[in-house]
Design a protein around this ligand. Sequence first.
Ligand code: FES
Length: 179
Amino acid sequence: MNGSTGTAEKPITATAAAVCCPEEVSEEELFARLEEIIGEYRGKPGALIPVLQIAQTIFGYLPEQALKRIALGLGKSYSEVAGVVSFYSFFSTKPRGKHLIRVCLGTACYVRGGKQVLDALKKVLGIDVGDTTGDALFTLEVARCFGACGLAPAMCIDAEVFKRVRPTKIREILTRYRP
Ligand code: FES
């Protein structure tokens, strides 16, 4: 698996995908929306990634059942669809929390303490990378570079970037996002 589909498919920007909470609508309605999207894209080249991105926005993540319907609807194998999903880090097959925390582990951030920031977050949140807290408030992920290398280590919560983060400040930072 490497996400290569043999086409020129490229990810479009993944703005806000899966960051917001899904609306309070029935599962049936969500799948009806998905079918509509599949219908719009069916037969178009490079349809898979935009459909996956829209599906993730609809559900808040990509449930297995949605992937199966996308595969069927676009005439692709399930393994191809699942392969693309696992290749791109912005796709998630697990429900995400209200706030997405991403810690940069790019070179500049790593050598300036990014790993310690990540360890502090894991400890404070009580979760590992890729997991979501039990109260569904935070999901923890890692990233490669936010373009803030000069002010490393960096992390971001949703769209906000935190620079020169100190592990001792993690609790204080998270407090701002707690209800
Ligand atoms: S390496 Fe972390 S922001 Fe660039």
